[in-house]
Design a binder for this molecule. Structure first.
Ligand SMILES: Cc1cc2nc3c(=O)[nH]c(=O)nc-3n(C[C@H](O)[C@H](O)[C@H](O)COP(=O)(O)O)c2cc1C
Length: 224
């Protein structure tokens, strides 16, 4: 089976956490002879090619980061260029599945977007194939090698299962998504760790070339 995978992050391929997840998922998916074509919405010059892949294939996976509690703007822009699919005589319906990954750990953060992804395939005359959700992915592309492999390995396994079962297995997918709300203990721990975390961010962003204050609000003067 051929799976068309579309990275819906606006981040360039080399810096995109979603792309790393896609590569891990595709490695698992193709282990048993399936094939995967990977496309990037951030490469806007290739949108015509992506649209062709969307119209010519019946198994499509959109992988996206959560941006401000829903889908990234670039994905909205791309979706607006698509027409609902019209299956040719005898052709099976298109199945549209999703991987939704985000920074914050709580599953509740992803529920609003999940609801949207449930209805989206209907607008495109496709069938909903399910959504695999995962949090705590903020720093994936910054992790060193053994740590990053540990984070991505479950996606390789999910790729294998998706290829074998034709969908995300319900129990394992629920385990991916983590707890709905952080426990009181976790919240207290985060609060205690906060000064240390701020220090870490200051050093970290300085290393990445940040010159100003992390609390700077450069656009404030434009707000009336
Ligand atoms: C503009 C922006 C908005 C974001 N909004 C959220 C959010 O609402 N909730 C969340 O958990 N993570 C949020 N994140 C974190 C991203 O979902 C996370 O870092 C993701 O791994 C980025 O994937 P990418 O590198 O492929 O774009 C946001 C990140 C950015 C840059």
């Amino acid at each position: 089976m051929n799976l068309v995978i579309i990275n819906c992050s606006p981040r360039m391929k080399a810096k995109s956490n979603t792309n790393m997840i896609i590569n891990a998922f595709a490695a698992g998916y193709t282990k048993t002879g399936n094939t995967a074509e990977i496309y990037q919405l951030s490469e806007m010059g290739s949108w015509e090619e992506i649209r062709k892949a969307f119209y010519n294939n019946t198994d499509i996976l959109m992988a996206l980061p959560l941006y401000v509690e829903c889908i990234p703007g670039i994905m909205t822009e791309f979706l607006e260029t698509l027409e609902p699919k019209v299956p040719a005589e005898g052709q099976k319906a298109t199945r549209l599945s999703f991987i939704l990954q985000s920074g914050f750990s709580e599953a509740s953060q992803r529920r609003c977007c999940e609801e949207y992804l449930r209805v989206l395939p209907g607008y495109l005359n496709c069938e909903y194939g399910g959504v695999l959700m995962k949090g705590e992915m903020f720093v994936t592309h910054l992790l060193p090698v053994p740590a990053v492999d540990k984070v991505l390995e479950p996606f390789v396994r999910m790729g294998e299962l998706f290829a074998r079962e034709g969908e995300f297995p319900e129990d394992e997918a629920a385990g991916f998504n983590g707890v709905e709300y952080s426990s009181r203990k976790t919240i207290i721990l985060y609060t205690l760790m906060s000064p240390l975390q701020k220090l870490f961010f200051r050093v970290f962003f300085k290393k990445m070339g940040c010159r100003g204050s992390l609390t700077a609000r450069p656009y404030e003067k434009y707000i009336r």
